[in-house]
Design a protein around this ligand. Structure first.
Ligand code: IMP
Length: 199
């Protein structure tokens, strides 16, 4: 089955492909489909923003589209940066490194470092049907950045049961435990059910 991937994030696209393509789900990014746009993420939840992105890509292409809205929730910061993870500093032009620096600063001297990554996957079909799946990965914020793999906040997040940051894990190791890996495996299960129910 072919789905439009409603994302301009190359890192997310790689993880989607690594996880879903072995299950027979072909992904074409909205960019590859000739649609170049950014959606205003005005929702207050990961699910609401994931729906906005998938719906926009479905409308632009006329084909079923799947999206991910994700982020990092830090308990000591009341769940921030949360849905604002991609724009935590408030400045569009800032980099992942700037956002990590702000998070480290806000956690300076804080001992309670529990955190989790969250991924909400949403697939919208041209007939209006919607599939939602959510995955989380519990862990804690490291004292300092370590590792070169992954993206975003990976080098400052230590998954539960691990001594290494997410950025020190291989792609296979990350996908096996990550929020996106869990959400996408659940999504693939629901999509199979949906397709079978159709017949
Ligand atoms: P959005 O889903 O496009 O709003 O962006 C989510 C943001 O959360 C990304 O830009 C990253 O900063 C962060 N994020 C989401 N997933 C991951 C991950 O797997 N590793 C590290 N950072 C992530």
């Amino acid at each position: 089955m072919k789905l439009i991937l409603a994302s301009n994030n190359a890192h997310k696209a790689r993880e989607f492909r690594e996880i879903l393509e072995p299950m027979g789900i072909e992904l074409v990014t909205q960019g590859e489909a000739g649609c170049n746009f950014e959606v205003d993420e005005t929702g207050e939840t990961f699910e609401a923003n994931a729906f906005l992105k998938a719906e926009a890509a479905m409308k632009a292409t006329g084909e079923a589209a799947v999206s991910d809205d994700s982020g990092l929730e830090v308990d000591a910061l009341g769940g921030a940066p949360g849905v604002h993870s991609a724009r935590y500093t408030g400045r569009h032009e800032d980099s992942d490194a700037d956002r990590r620096a702000l998070l480290m600063k806000n956690l300076a001297g804080v001992e309670q470092r529990a955190a989790r990554f969250v991924s909400a996957i949403c697939c919208v079909f041209p007939n209006g049907d919607v599939i939602n799946a959510r995955g989380t990965c519990e862990g804690r914020i490291a004292e300092y950045e370590k590792g070169e793999n992954g993206f975003g906040y990976d080098c400052m997040f230590i998954p539960e049961g691990e001594g290494r940051t997410m950025a020190e894990l291989s792609a296979e190791e990350k996908n096996a435990i990550s929020h996106r890996g869990s959400a996408l495996r659940e999504f693939a299960r629901l999509l199979k059910e949906y397709n079978n129910a159709d017949k």
